[in-house]
Design a protein around this ligand. Structure first.
Ligand code: T4K
Length: 378
């Protein structure tokens, strides 16, 4: 009979470098007395990421949401954009803040990413771009999306908030499409406390993004466009630089957790494991989403979510409710009934996964899930 965890087990916990190491780094910030506005650590961080992703077409921001908003503005995306309903609400908000109409199209059932087979039917004369999400770090069906984008002369933009360090056929995922946005929020496998990054194919955009994140300043007394304030600060850069050194360990630990979940939960009726990643994909183990088949499991996803709380296990229903069901988007009409996305939103539970979660605790979480399932059936 499993017992509740002594301390809460959350869906995620941020990786933190050793405190002494971070304190050592803070001394440099104190010596510089330079806290933000493209300081030396942000510049060093940008170089480190350029090396990591093998590109100079990269720009840092204070968070992923503003990075995406600025991307859309800098690329002058207007009118309608075809996008996924199955995402964190910030994806859609970034469109809304640019006065772009989101047109929701369903996801495919294998990896929950935008379904290319349904995109073309939603294209209108006002469509200017496709904004797809590598949800849970699962790569979108890029070849099919790129083909549609090319034939209809649309931009192809990726919200890669979950996809840091994912590679497709050996290449960083940020090389796909016209532009990708990455989130470095503390809840992500890789973080800079808060932070965001754009990588993009057209190097000419870098200047525009740099202006837009700094009020549009092009010099001390020259403002070339109405920008905003979306600059990363030195503390974020310090964290991002230090966490980068631990990335291989973070991903390796997550991989072990994912493998243990897979091996143990395969035997539990009603728990459908996340799909295996396609060949050629180096995955980052960002999330561990399981689908709950309530008939076989004996409880609904929501009942299980509640039941786990009694054991001090706090899973999340990423992504429920579906974005078009939020009050602020409910009035938007969309032709696609979003059947697959609705089913995913009703059935998926993301289980705890983070580098410091011990395998012993993972085994206990699995025991608890098995116990809840057996008790539900009796
Ligand atoms: N696009 C997509 C597809 C995204 O998923 C996101 C963000 C964005 C765009 C926007 O990027 P950012 O602007 O955020 O860079 C979290 C994150 O706040 C959000 O960044 C993330 N997606 C989303 C999926 O999840 P919440 O509301 O679930 O976070 P919260 O505070 O409930 O945290 C979840 C759990 O993490 C907590 O129960 C405990 C743990 N936690 C959290 C924090 C902040 C910690 O242990 N320590 C911490 O410092 O949204």
């Amino acid at each position: 009979m499993p017992t509740p965890f002594e301390k809460p087990i959350y869906v995620t916990r941020p990786f933190l470098p050793p405190l002494e190491q971070f304190s050592e780094g803070l001394k440099e910030i104190w010596d510089n007395a330079w806290l933000t506005n493209n300081g030396p650590l942000v510049q060093r961080y940008q170089k480190a990421l350029s090396r990591h992703f093998e590109t100079d077409h990269l720009c840092l921001f204070n968070n992923g949401t503003l990075a995406l908003q600025i991307a859309l503005q800098g690329m002058q995306i207007t009118g309608e954009v075809i996008t996924t309903p199955y995402t964190f609400v910030a994806t859609t908000h970034a469109l809304y803040w640019n006065k772009i109409r989101p047109v929701f199209v369903d996801i495919e059932p294998n990896h929950y990413t935008l379904d290319p087979a349904k995109v073309e039917a939603a294209i209108t004369p006002w469509t200017t771009a496709i904004l797809a999400v590598h949800v849970y770090g699962f790569p979108c069906q890029h070849a099919a999306l790129a083909d549609i984008a090319r034939r209809h002369n649309l931009h192809l933009i990726y919200d890669a908030a979950h996809a840091f360090d994912v590679k497709v056929n050996g290449a960083p995922i940020g090389q796909l499409g016209d532009l990708s946005m990455f989130s470095f929020h503390s809840t992500k496998l890789y973080h800079s406390i808060e932070g965001g990054m754009l990588t993009f194919a057209d190097g000419g955009l870098k200047k525009t993004f740099d202006y837009l994140k700094n009020f549009g300043f092009a010099g001390e007394v020259e403002v070339v466009m109405p920008g905003t304030n979306a600059k990363m600060n030195e503390f974020q850069a310090l964290m991002g630089l230090q966490v980068l050194n631990y990335l291989p360990m973070i991903i390796a630990n997550r991989r072990k957790i994912s493998e243990l979940y897979r091996a143990t939960l395969a035997a539990v009726p009603g728990i459908i494991l996340p799909p295996p990643v396609d060949p050629g994909v180096d995955y980052n183990y960002a999330y561990f989403p399981v689908e709950i088949n309530e008939t076989e499991f004996g409880l609904t996803r929501d009942e299980l979510h509640e039941a786990l709380k009694k054991y001090n296990i706090f899973t999340r229903r990423y992504f429920y409710p579906l974005v078009p069901d939020f009050a602020c988007y409910r009035s938007l009409s969309h032709q696609d009934p979003l059947v697959v996305a609705r089913s995913a939103a009703a059935r998926i539970l993301t289980l705890p996964i983070y580098d410091s979660l011990s395998l012993e605790h993972v085994a206990r979480i699995c025991d608890t899930l098995e116990h809840i399932q057996r008790s539900a059936k009796t």
